[in-house]
Write a protein that binds this ligand. Structure first.
Ligand code: PML
Length: 249
């Protein structure tokens, strides 16, 4: 069956490329007969967001010609941290555990505010600690991804995970990103001011949720991929943006 990649981005005070504030984004895979529902789901997602009411939205679909890869979701754990300080400390520890040098981690933690408010992720080279993608304020958007809701809910029941769309979407991104051998780890917390849980993910660690990775009310989010890809950055970015992936448990 032919699938379509459906994508949404919403902004306030004009489109992103004219300096508008990023409100929300969304990605999914749809069959032709389900396109109407899919577009509507992304419309709903973009219309109601605690970052504000958008005055710009773009929803587009395109057919996918590449075969879709099926990947098992990462293993999930939830780590309770009672303060942001403890949450951030744990995230640093986990990044060290996968072999990232302390100075590279510290550099990311001092510079992340420069990269917040973007619609995509930033790529940091694990050797130099420098940002290596050339996407400026746009970042790299992980695209062509989905996890069927029914399958996600079976999984969520089994692992006693809340059945939230947010967790489903974050896990889909982390699983696709960490399935690539050039990814050493991902560090993420939300740009939703009302959501303070974030995560560190890697193939080895799985998806390590951490409560309290940022202060409530803070609109600055973070999505960093620590990568080791001196070989072929373009192929890596192409994988993130173009390789269709279904998560399936
Ligand atoms: C987002 O806002 O989409 C990022 C959420 C990351 C954490 C989701 C979770 O595991 O609770």
């Amino acid at each position: 069956e032919r699938y379509y990649s459906v994508r949404m981005r919403a902004a306030k005070n004009g489109p992103h490329e004219h300096g508008g504030k990023h409100i929300s984004g969304g990605e999914l895979l749809s069959t032709y007969s389900d396109l109407k529902n899919s577009v509507n789901a992304l419309l709903e997602k973009g219309l109601h967001h605690s970052r504000g009411t958008p005055d710009f939205m773009q929803i587009q679909f395109e057919s996918i010609h590449e075969p879709i890869k099926r990947i098992q979701p990462l293993h999930i754990d939830t780590n309770e941290a009672d303060t942001v300080e403890k949450g951030r400390k744990l995230s640093r520890l986990l990044l060290e555990k996968v072999g990232i040098e302390r100075q590279v981690i510290e550099k990311a933690f001092t510079e992340w505010t420069k990269y917040s408010g973007m619609r995509g992720a930033i790529l940091i080279d694990v050797h130099s600690g420098k940002r290596i993608d050339d996407r400026q304020e746009k970042g790299v958007r992980v695209s062509r991804i989905d996890w069927m809701k029914t399958n996600f809910e079976l999984w969520a029941d089994y692992f006693h995970v809340p059945k939230s769309t947010r967790i489903r979407e974050a896990l889909v991104i982390a699983t696709k990103v960490c399935a690539h051998p050039a990814t050493i780890a991902e560090l993420c917390w939300s740009d939703d001011p009302e959501y303070t849980t974030g995560y560190v993910a890697s193939k080895k660690l799985g998806y390590q949720r951490i409560t309290n990775l940022k202060e409530y009310g803070d609109e600055r989010g973070c999505r960093i991929f620590f990568v080791d890809c001196r070989k072929d950055l373009n192929a890596y970015i192409h994988y993130l943006e173009k390789q269709p992936v279904f998560i399936h448990w």
